[in-house]
Design a protein around this ligand. Structure first.
Ligand SMILES: Nc1ncnc2c1ncn2[C@@H]1O[C@H](COP(=O)(O)OP(=O)(O)OP(=O)(O)O)[C@@H](O)[C@H]1O
Length: 247
């Protein structure tokens, strides 16, 4: 496969589970500074695609290149080190630790066992925690126990924990599920800010939210790409209306 200028280049990707192709010959390119939203009916393969990119699931064939480096065959933790961050649907924060501590332990130096043991809260880490806390709108609750945060705040904290590692590709699976209208608005603003300088891929079902954030929309169906383009283009595509939006 050729070198590309894209941050992420997925080419001819296929994964089979007991003969069932959950992703089939899928090709997708994502730019730096791009916020891409993936939509599609249940079972289309959206989550599986993110699993393949982050290394949770191994591809059967095809290529996944991140900054022109092949990822297939690379362990999940190495992909994290390469700058790939993934947020799952349910927040996985340390509920009994403060917001500050949750962010602090997510600082890259603290990640290895040795790093964690020797870990000191240096000024650089404190500054990074402050900057990220401000970015995610939690700078006023830094000392609060995380378990006491609202559902939306917990989701933002988890995004913040990923931002501590300054990932170059951030993938979020249904980030606004269960959020209030106001929290959704704030999340849209947050995502628009954090795609600057990196690539962000979001899986989402809420079309109003998709319209608010997407630079480009990829519509998946039965493990393949059904359509791709601007929100307006995919919304008026008869194939997309037929399998997804019309339901
Ligand atoms: N580990 C696995 N083993 C077997 N089948 C799997 C596995 N992971 C996913 N699948 C199947 O692959 C298909 C795609 O699932 P996936 O979760 O990626 O869809 P999705 O588009 O994310 O759907 P949803 O919107 O419901 O989350 C489904 O039919 C699912 O049952």
């Amino acid at each position: 496969m050729s070198n590309t200028d894209f941050a992420l280049a997925v080419e001819g990707l296929t994964v089979s589970f007991d003969g069932f192709k959950a992703i089939e010959d899928l090709t997708l390119y994502v730019d730096k500074n791009e916020l891409r939203v993936i939509i599609g009916p249940n079972g289309a393969g959206k989550t599986t695609l993110l699993d393949l990119i982050c290394g949770k699931t191994k591809a059967s064939s095809g290529s996944i290149k991140f900054q022109n480096q092949e990822l297939t065959g690379m362990d999940e933790y190495l992909r994290v080190r390469k700058g790939i961050g993934r947020k799952f649907q349910t927040p996985s924060i340390y509920e009994n630790l403060s917001v500050f501590k949750n962010l602090e332990v997510s600082y890259p130096e603290g990640r290895s066992v040795f790093g964690a043991l020797r870990f000191k809260c240096t000024e650089a880490v404190q500054q990074r925690v402050q900057a990220v806390a401000q970015e995610i709108g939690l700078d006023h609750v830094l000392e609060m126990e995380s378990g006491l945060l609202s559902h939306g705040q917990k989701q933002w904290l988890e995004i913040g924990m990923l931002l501590m590692q300054d990932p170059e590709l951030l993938m979020l699976d249904e980030p606004i599920a269960g959020m209030s209208a106001r929290e959704r608005e704030l999340t849209a603003d947050l995502l628009k800010r954090i795609c600057v300088g990196r690539s962000v891929i979001v899986i989402e079902h809420d079309m109003e939210f998709v319209a608010r954030i997407a630079h480009k929309v990829t519509v998946m169906h039965q493990g393949k790409i059904l359509a791709e383009g601007s929100m307006e283009a995919v919304q008026s595509d008869p194939k997309v209306i037929d399998v997804y939006l019309g339901h």
